[in-house]
Design a protein around this ligand. Structure first.
Ligand code: PEP
Ligand code: MG
Length: 294
């Protein structure tokens, strides 16, 4: 099957009925870019920025972040790179954040909640991202969103950073897309409103499943209760897809479910525009897309 999938290298991911879907790579750091390119990714659909924050003793400064973002944008040669703002907390802890111990870390101080309570940390990352935007095609994505009010705060922070850069005469791209992850049931349920605020959605099925099914993704003893095709999760994805398209924005899937061969037809039927997955799954998925009827 691997050799057969190789034939699809360099081709577009289009069904026989003419439906096109973009197949992108999930990456966890600069060392994965090579794999994304080797896997023939059409872009990076999820660049997890946590690597910059983990395994160090203090916050990464603006220059350190700028050089990491610039590097991935340049290496992807103009293909879209979706960089997710920090998703620290829960399973990804960094001591210098000095987050208090929590009973339920998955429901605690993590991701966008840290950014909104520590505006300086957020600002530094946003400045580095916008400064890097002139080196490629950047999109910025915000994790763990649960409400339109959070999105408003996030967009205000981004606008403030653009204002600062303007005042300092520092260039940035004018077409940086801003999107959110749909990975809480609240975000899916409010997706009609959220779709009017942002440029794209990307569904994080790992967390969306965890929060919808009340199933701790870290807890192996309940893994047997996981149903990757649970209709509750699929219904939330369908709702988000419908609301995205009604508002004229694109929607992708960047959780594990995005690479599930048995769900590909469902996702195409829902009109999902992009699937982001581990690089090694891209050619196999493209072969499956190209062999599909409609
Ligand atoms: C997800 O939740 O599905 C996701 C893609 O993000 P992460 O796995 O990094 O939480
Ligand atoms: Mg997640």
């Amino acid at each position: 099957e691997r050799a057969e999938a190789e034939c699809y290298r360099g081709r577009a991911s289009v069904t026989r009925g003419g439906r096109k879907i973009e197949l992108c790579a999930n990456v966890g750091g600069p060392e994965d870019i090579e794999a994304a390119l080797a896997g023939d990714a059409e872009g990076i659909g999820l660049f997890r920025s946590e690597f910059l924050y983990l395994q160090r003793s203090d916050y990464p400064d603006e220059e350190t972040q700028l050089s990491a973002y610039r590097d991935v944008l340049e290496r992807m040669g103009g293909k879209r790179v979706v960089i997710r703002t920090l998703d620290i907390g829960a399973d990804k802890q960094a001591d210098y954040f000095q987050l208090p111990p929590e009973e339920n870390p998955a429901m605690g101080m993590r991701a966008i909640r840290i950014c909104l309570t520590r505006p300086e940390v957020f600002r530094t990352q946003l400045r580095a991202l916008y400064r890097a935007s002139v080196y490629g095609k950047l999109a910025i994505m915000f994790p763990m969103i649960t409400s339109p009010a959070e999105v408003r705060s996030v967009l205000e922070a981004a606008a403030a950073v653009r204002g600062e850069l303007d005042a300092e005469g520092i260039p940035y791209a004018g077409d940086v897309e801003l999107g959110i992850m749909i990975e809480t049931p609240a975000a899916a349920l409010l997706s009609e409103e959220l779709a009017r605020q942002v440029d794209f959605f990307s569904v994080g099925t790992n967390d969306l499943t965890q929060y919808t099914l009340a199933l701790d993704r870290q807890n192996a003893s309940v893994a047997c209760f996981d149903d990757p095709e649970h209709r509750a999760v699929l219904r939330l994805i369908a709702m988000a897809a419908e609301n995205a398209h009604r508002a004229g924005i694109w929607i992708g899937i960047c959780g594990e479910l995005g690479a599930d061969p048995s769900l590909l037809q469902t996702f195409l039927d829902l009109g999902i525009d992009e699937l982001s997955m581990s690089p090694g799954a891209i050619l196999r998925t493209r072969m499956q897309v190209c062999q599909m009827g409609q």
